[in-house]
Design a protein around this ligand. Structure first.
Ligand code: 6PG
Length: 480
């Protein structure tokens, strides 16, 4: 006999527990299960008053508690643990039932799992869930992939529990088939890495270049958060920088070891972008900056290298410099999002997904880590032109970057002059200038490749493929 729970969550660590609570708070009957049964009992004891939970101590009980089609949310670690849970539950399910993977799975794993379960008549819905533990409880941004049929059944529930944008729309939409949801979550995380790197560089420049202390920089970020940089990451940056370490009375940021870690989604974004041939310079520099920070040995060697000791600008120049840093931060942020959305475009073509970039920007306006006011602008840009080839093709963004470029250039030049590393700002400016360039030095690269490898080249003045006989009379022959 089918059960009555509209949704089930297995894996009740904080994220899974909070997601189950979110469903229960919205009136759904929620079957809950965990390998360690005490965690299931604890959830019901602590939060049973929030709604209807149906505790299950075994996989069979859990499946039996679910109404048809069964909707089973898996909230366990990505990789082998997810495969293990699928292997445990799939044999207990019937055609039309669905397994929803809410972890940060690699989209290629999701495509594999979706194809395998589809053979058994089951839906597999790889779902990006962004917003951390707080988001899972109070409203995440939700990026489900999988079939249209599964979304027809599952989507309304996810939209109910998702965050809502300022216009009230749910921060959840059907992203696309098979692994599209996890792919988009991956790119979200890549953009998050780039955002965080640019903020870190802005902080470093204000600290070392403007000579501001963390408390003053926190105020600067609070001011920026009232303007076009209004976003969750800018908001929490002000909080982190204003925080005083209780044990030492020092600024918290000064007692934290300066070696950034990473679980891997930003790295995946860059790996896939390399395969797709999409330049995500900002995300790549962010991943590499985290990696470099962790190489203590290399950095110890570097300490002795010649270079300027950063000297703060004179006070009367610091305020102007801070304004220029805001311009560099905003412009570089637009470039990073431009690159991230280019990767989404390329992925849609490569993996045969119909990705609605405006809808994706729209569900990132709330709940997720990169939620920001300017995502309204990106949503509007794609609504105005769904086939927009690049965010920089949007007149308003192009105009804003044009207006910011002098400050942006000054900041990159000042950083270089003072010896302050600003790879994110610099690579974003180099990308912007490369797009602007009427001719790129790639022509020379083609000549070199033809010289040492006979790899041929094209000409600007006529069609065809050409090679020059560099070791002979340097005659050019047309190859095709
Ligand atoms: C989110 C976050 C989350 C991320 C962790 C760790 O969207 O809620 O992006 O999914 O995985 O914050 O991120 P890193 O360890 O990769 O920085």
């Amino acid at each position: 006999m089918a059960g009555t729970a509209q949704i089930g969550v297995t894996g009740l660590a904080v994220m899974g527990r909070n997601l189950a609570r979110n469903f229960a708070r919205h009136g759904y009957a929620v079957a809950v299960h965990n390998r360690t049964a005490s965690r299931t009992r604890d959830l019901v004891e602590q939060f049973g008053h929030e709604g209807t939970f149906v505790p299950a101590e075994t996989a069979e009980e859990f499946v039996a508690a679910l109404e048809r089609p069964r909707r089973l949310v898996v909230m366990v670690k990505a990789g082998a643990p997810t495969d293990a849970v699928i292997d445990e539950f799939a044999p207990l399910l019937e055609p039309g039932d669905m397994i929803i993977d809410g972890g940060n799975a690699h989209f290629a794993d999701t495509r594999r799992r979706e194809a395998a379960l589809r053979e058994r008549g089951l839906h597999f819905v790889g779902t990006g869930i962004s917003g951390g533990e707080e988001g899972a409880l109070n409203g995440p941004s939700i990026m489900p992939g999988g079939s249209e049929e599964s979304y027809a059944s599952l989507g309304p529930m996810l939209e109910t529990i998702s965050a809502k944008a300022d216009d009230g729309s749910p921060c959840c939409t059907h992203i696309g088939a098979d692994g599209a949801g996890h792919f988009v979550k991956m790119v979200h995380n890549g953009i998050e890495y780039a955002d965080m790197q640019l903020i870190a560089e802005a902080y470093d420049l204000l600290r070392q270049g403007a000579g501001y202390d963390p408390a003053r920089i926190a105020e600067v970020f609070r001011d920026w958060n009232a303007g076009r940089l209004d976003s969750y990451l800018i908001e929490i940056t002000a909080e982190v920088l204003a925080h005083i370490d209780a044990a030492t009375g020092q600024p918290f940021v000064d007692v934290v070891l300066d070696q950034a870690e990473q679980k891997g989604t930003g790295r995946w974004t860059v790996q896939i972008a390399l395969d797709l041939g999409v330049p995500v310079n900002g995300i790549a520099e962010a991943v590499f900056a985290r990696s470099l920070s962790g190489h203590a040995g290399q950095r110890a060697v570097g300490r002795g290298l010649a270079g300027p000791a950063p000297v703060a600008l004179p006070a009367d120049e610091a305020a102007l410099f801070a304004d220029q840093v805001e311009q560099a931060l905003y412009a570089s942020k637009v470039v990073s999002y431009t690159q991230g959305f280019h990767q989404l475009q390329a992925a849609g073509e490569e993996y045969d997904w119909t990705l609605d970039l405006g809808a994706i920007a729209g569900i990132w306006r709330g709940g997720c880590i990169i939620r920001a006011a300017f995502l309204d602008r990106i949503t509007a840009a794609y609504a105005k032109d769904p086939a927009l080839p690049s965010l920089l093709a949007d007149e308003q963004f192009a105009a804003e970057l044009g207006a910011a470029q002098n400050g942006w250039r000054t900041v990159v030049a000042t950083a270089a002059r003072l010896g302050i590393p600003a790879p994110g700002f610099a690579t974003a400016l180099a990308y912007y200038d490369a797009l602007r360039a009427p001719r790129l030095p790639a022509a020379l690269t083609q000549g070199q490749r033809d010289f040492f490898g006979a790899h041929t080249y094209h000409r600007v003045d006529r069609d065809g493929v050409f090679h020059t006989d560099w070791s002979g009379d340097r005659a050019e022959t047309q190859q095709s």
